[in-house]
Design a protein around this ligand. Sequence first.
Ligand SMILES: Cc1ncc(C[n+]2csc(CCOP(=O)(O)OP(=O)(O)O)c2C)c(N)n1
Length: 940
Amino acid sequence: MSSNYSDAKSPWSSITGPNLGYVMEMYDIYQESPELLDPEFAEMFKQYGPPVENSQPSATQAISEAAGTVEPNKFGKVLAAVQLAEAIRAHGHLASDIYPLNDQPKDTSRLEPSAYGLTEQDLREVPVSLLLSEAPSNISNGLEAIAYLKSLYTDKVAFEFSHIVQPQERSWIQAKIEAGEFKPSLDHEKKKEVLDLLTRVEGFEKFVHRTFVGQKRFSIEGVDTLVLLIDELVRLSEEKGTEKIMIGMAHRGRLNVLTHILHKPYEMMFAGFAHVGDEAFLPEDGSVQITKGWFGDVKYHMGAAYTSPKGTNIKLAYNPSHLEIVSPVVAGQTRAAQETTNQPGIADIDSKKAYAILVHGDAAFPGQGVVTETLNYSRIRGFQTGGSIHVIANNMIGFTTEQYDSRSTHYSSDPAKGFEVPVIHVNADDPEAVIAVARFAFEYREKFGKDILIDLIGYRRYGHNEMDEPLVTNPMMYHEVHKHDTVRALYGQQLAAEKVLSEEDVKALDADTQKEMQEAYDHVKENKTDDAPKMTMPEAVSKGYPEVPTGVEKNVLAKMNEELLTWPSDFSVFSKLARILKRREDPFNGKGKIDWAHAETLAFGAILQDGHPIRLTGQDAQRGTFAHRHLVLHDDKTGNELIPLHHISGANASFVVYNSPLTESAVLGFEYGYNVENENALVIWEAQYGDFANMAQMMFDQFISAGRSKWGQKSGLVMLLPHGYEGQGPEHSSARLERHLQMAAENNWTVANLSSAANYFHILRRQAKMLTEEAIRPLIIVSPKSLLRHPLVGAEVDDLTEGHFQTVIEQPGMGTKDKKVERILFASGKMAIDLAERVKDGKGYEWAHIVRVEQLYPFPAEKIQAIVDRYPNVKELGWVQEEPQNMGSWTFAEPYLREIAAGKDVSYYGRIKRQSPAEGDGEAHKAEQTRIIDAALAKA
Ligand SMILES: Cc1ncc(C[n+]2csc(CCOP(=O)(O)OP(=O)(O)O)c2C)c(N)n1
């Protein structure tokens, strides 16, 4: 046999993981019957010896050392023992004790020495150093080493980390496990604290169960140690000076987390169950912060913030019922909390400042796509947060659905493995193991800045909610649950057995906790107020936006424009693009117009000069889907990037623009979260085409449109949704304006369909100026495609130097002869420009007027009324739109128009009702568009 198997040039040096396993199997065959192997394989074994795991230096080294100490005929046994040790590390989780109900089969097949042809005696003869790099001193032979490994890898904590690519990371995890860090020894004080917290966690559920019979609470019982886990993370964060912890979680156990992690007082919790006002019980020291909207939400969707005495701020994000959807929102909040945005250039990120704890459900985690969308952020520059700590609160069931019906994977956690996330499974009935896992996860994130997942495996004590009878649908599981002691009971027994506390102490702790809760509830009853919840909007919201001056002085704009177009001499912009961009000098020299993207860049510059950071993301947002934006320039020789907006004078805020991963839901959620956390930032999300926004529909429905009235959560998020009928087929035409208008109420957002680059400049500036005002609301712009470079849309420099955003624009040249006008047409966006192209300077159309409704919501009814009132002989108000009649803005605008018309005709010019938003054929589109314009402009 050759002895050069550890040579770095050996073919085995590049083989790892399952491939290595395969080669090892081949080697076994080679040893038994070399003739059965492919001759090339046999020759390689002859030449290079047995395969060894290159990424395990200790094992490799040990084997090479052992070569001198083990007789050649024992060498196969040594290899088999190494294989067994590796199998325990890789597959020990399959045989581990991680299921409190003990109802899952254990697979020990790969962990038996006999499976490797090994006897106990064989193992005794294997040097320990071959199997363990850092063996405890009491381990003296291979057999003991294997037993030790089994005790580490198949106990109440189980590990999956062989999917991680970086060897250093794998070695670090392995070293931690094998140093026994998952078997911590807690001192008596800590043990008592743990029991105290468990008593509160369980006691809270018991108290509510008994006192508020029949009320849903989505009890934590079965995964009680979730609170312990988060509590430990908070403690570690405080020690390290973490500024913010952002928690995202669904219904399960949320009330318990609210009261024991967010420190929402028991009185406030019980007031919620008793349907009485809770504000009187808010701690006066300001440590707990809670916002509420006027329309409200159920108690297990409400969030809170808590500032600990050591200064760490913990936030539980408000969320809807929609499982997992809060994950990207929390990721965005976290990113915002990590960034410093008050200086020019790119925002500075310090991922140690804040991190996210994302709590998932075991059915929802593999089921909901937004989970993987969020995991995908972990190493993307515009979205990563230096690692989130994920926890699956795994109660082994989803509503009534057991795992065999809810997933195709072995573990609920499996999707995380594709993102190289280490997975730690832990038995939720072992509080000390849970604490050890929390410590490990915290340290892992600190060290590697990556996501980590804790699969906290428990059970669910009751039905999905406390009114459901689970024996009806899940009898076998619930026969087990009903026999099973609570974790508090088990830990109490453990502490009594360890003589940390007496059995009486354990009982007394429970009684004291119940008494404390009873007193809190008595307090609520004594201070009960009968005030009905107020459902009135804050005045600032109901008043809406004022008219905000948004012009920028000409010399400021001119200087900025010059700076934007002055690139370092050693930076080579692709010549064709350079020529196009240089044309942006013309409007400042009295030639040509400022087009859409140019107006946008100037607006951004002015907003940065006003001190508002900007964050713009979307698919291909840097260049712009329509090759119009070019906010990031690429040196065509070096590939270096240049962001001209970083180099304008007078800017005192950061500017970032990122091409986003290909998701709508998670990106929009992220941006919403970012914007909620950094109120001063103008955060813009752009859909590639507006219709793709419906991939993120729940972000619009659950968060953006209604977050203020449910939770009092302010947002000034801007969404750009390219829209316009240009004959490109059913997709890419409509941004489904009707959806956003149907949801419009209570000044919840602005919806605009603009026809002018100047107005775009002003609406962006207005939004930025309103960001920190009470009246702030999100802004949806159905943005243009062909209008981006349309001459009728471009702005003069003077259009940007003064004035403000115009909610309506009257068609120049039309409606000049008041008495002659009989029909007033209303249109928005591209339709307005199509009409403008037809009427040109208005000659021949004296009988008509055209009004562009730039802001659809809040509907500018007063402005329109004033215009209509100028025309004494008007008989008809006509709404012209490109979308079918059951879509677009018609059904929304019609009631307003009828009120304004006060009996005059109100008519519709547009496509008939359709299933699909636009024609599939470009020629059919043209014919239809012409028909609509002909009809609208045909004199009665
Ligand atoms: C998007 C979405 N679909 C369906 C539901 C209804 N629903 C509420 S809880 C639940 C089961 C969740 O199971 P799991 O993720 O295991 O969490 P658990 O309730 O067991 O903690 C379902 C289907 C929901 N809330 N959200």
